[in-house]
Write a protein that binds this ligand. Sequence first.
Ligand SMILES: Nc1ncnc2c1ncn2[C@@H]1O[C@H](COP(=O)(O)OP(=O)(O)OP(=O)(O)O)[C@@H](O)[C@H]1O
Length: 131
Amino acid sequence: MNMGSSGKNANGKSRLTRSFAYAFAGIRAGLKQERNLQIHLGISMAVILLGYFLHISAVEWLFICLSIGGMLAAELMNSAIERVVDLVTTEYHPLAKQAKDMAAGAVLLLAITSVVIGLVIFGPRLLLFFL
Ligand SMILES: Nc1ncnc2c1ncn2[C@@H]1O[C@H](COP(=O)(O)OP(=O)(O)OP(=O)(O)O)[C@@H](O)[C@H]1O
């Protein structure tokens, strides 16, 4: 599609605006269709509430933000890889298996890291609270 030098199409939308719109559409589709992503979002909200009530520090918030953002992004990327693999083949293929398993492995690694971060930040406070 020719958009001229301004980078705007017939609707007057800039390339940047459309890129954001596509990205948000991807997030919406993921949240609608992917149960794991919905679960991660629910857990993220619970963690944010916990951080608020336990008055965690600014540095701790940064770690929580990175964990939540990284986890949701990894889950979305995993779903994207699953779709591309399914698009390429519906037959059993060892490379398809590796691609899906590696993508799932990446999510698992990030999930383990997030759990460790959560334990380091919330563990001592929750112990104090319950003991
Ligand atoms: N085309 C294929 N060829 C070989 N193995 C496959 C193929 N498709 C899926 N698999 C294997 O089955 C597993 C599950 O694949 P599937 O597409 O059902 O994802 P899933 O586990 O349902 O993912 P999610 O729960 O995140 O949606 C993969 O991790 C992979 O090991």
